[in-house]
Design a protein around this ligand. Structure first.
Ligand code: ZN
Length: 61
């Protein structure tokens, strides 16, 4: 997991900020925050939570 966190820190704008997985531009624009950054992605969260705002950095519980 530390390796993934390191990858996320190196490429914060194109990768999921939580797990470091690659997040598509479309995903980031649709589900990400106002800067098109994905705080969560389908690799590390479920779609119900992503749609609730987890990908935009909101705490959805
Ligand atoms: Zn992720």
């Amino acid at each position: 997991m530390s390796h993934d966190a390191h990858a996320a820190a190196r490429a914060p704008s194109k990768n999921c900020l939580n797990c470091g997985a690659r997040a598509s531009k479309r995903f980031r624009r649709v589900h990400g925050d106002q800067d098109d950054r994905a705080h969560r992605c389908p690799e590390c969260d479920c779609w119900a939570r992503l749609h609730a705002g987890s990908a935009a950095g909101r705490d959805v519980g």
